[in-house]
Design a protein around this ligand. Structure first.
Ligand code: CO8
Length: 280
């Protein structure tokens, strides 16, 4: 609305560095960077590990929408200012919820991934910490993934009893090929960074010190290719069409799966095991 317009006007005229996306309780910040100041860095900062809660999902979505509306912005770098890139879905969002809450959650999650995947900007994922499950999905919706040697990545759902969503597997298929993707999603494999590089899930491995500058360099390389945008639109068309057509049914399937008492039990014991780990 009006508020948004003023906010965008502020970005265009003053380019204050860093500016904070206002509507998001500071769990996501957007900063301008790059040699021409035409890259927006979107940093997720929901402590401790950027698990994807509804507010974080909405904040990431808004940050991408706002960057998308900024014509001076040519590229986006998505990163994290916590120790993980993202711990995937916040499993508390799946525990003891109503059908409506789950429906809203899953449509918001899908909407975030579409928004990232559908972005016209050159989008780089700068991954300096773990990116399991939903974290992987966020990364695979970007054009390029740059990891560090401290950043395992993979659809690990099956390793603890959940089913990865079909669109997450689709995205992985497109990057590493069907056999590698199907095998990894069935076993719930978390790839070590070097292995992720070998299969093409990471495009580059960088040191912790260099990852920021390498991400900018890579983003500027993508920005420079004159045919990049139309090629991206062409290549993404098929997935987007399938995704849009299946959107609502996917939400209903999700609600059903999550409400299954076995799933509920599994989620609570997994959450418990995560917090037990810490007490050791
Ligand atoms: N959800 C909720 N809380 C979490 C999550 C999560 N995904 N991940 C971590 N936390 C919590 C921990 O319980 C811990 O809480 P507390 O401080 O209260 O004990 C806190 O965050 C910090 O976690 P760690 O101490 O484990 O932090 P580390 O730095 O040691 O490790 C990791 C970070 C590697 C990210 C680790 O936390 C981890 O492996 N987390 C689990 C990741 C995971 O398996 N995510 C999958 C989520 S499922 C998903 O994304 C897709 C589901 C598909 C749909 C299903 C349909 C049926």
């Amino acid at each position: 609305g009006h508020h948004n317009y003023l906010y965008l006007a502020m970005i265009r005229t003053t380019r204050i560095i860093p500016f904070i996306a206002k509507n998001v309780r500071n769990i996501v910040t957007s900063t301008v960077c790059g040699t021409k100041n035409n890259i927006i860095k979107i940093s997720m900062s929901s402590q401790p590990v950027n698990s994807l809660s509804l507010p974080l999902i909405k904040a990431v979505t808004n940050a991408f929408v706002e960057a998308g509306q900024d014509d001076t912005c040519k590229g986006i770098i998505l990163n994290s200012s916590t120790r993980a890139f993202s711990a995937g879905l916040d499993l508390n969002e799946l525990s003891n919820r109503t059908d409506d809450e789950l429906y809203i959650f899953w449509s918001s999650f899908q909407n975030m991934l579409f928004t990232v995947y559908n972005s016209d900007k050159a989008v780089i994922a700068e991954i300096a910490g773990a990116a399991p499950a939903g974290g992987t999905m966020l990364a695979t919706c970007c054009d390029v993934r740059i990891g560090t040697d401290k950043a395992p990545i993979g659809l690990n759902e099956a390793a603890f009893g959940l089913i990865p969503p079909y669109f997450g597997v689709d995205m992985l298929d497109d990057i590493v090929g069907k056999r590698v993707s199907w095998k990894a999603s069935s076993l719930g494999t978390m790839f070590k960074p070097q292995d992720a590089l070998t299969i093409g899930l990471y495009d580059i491995i960088a040191s912790n010190e260099e990852i920021e500058s390498i991400s900018i360099e890579e983003c500027e390389k993508w920005i420079k290719a004159p045919g990049r945008l139309h090629t991206k639109r062409m290549l993404h068309q098929e997935r987007l069409t399938k995704w849009r057509a299946g959107f609502e049914e996917e939400c209903l399937t999700f609600v059903q799966r999550v409400q299954d008492p076995r799933t509920q039990k599994m989620i609570s014991s997994y959450l418990e095991s995560l917090s037990m780990k810490k007490k050791k």
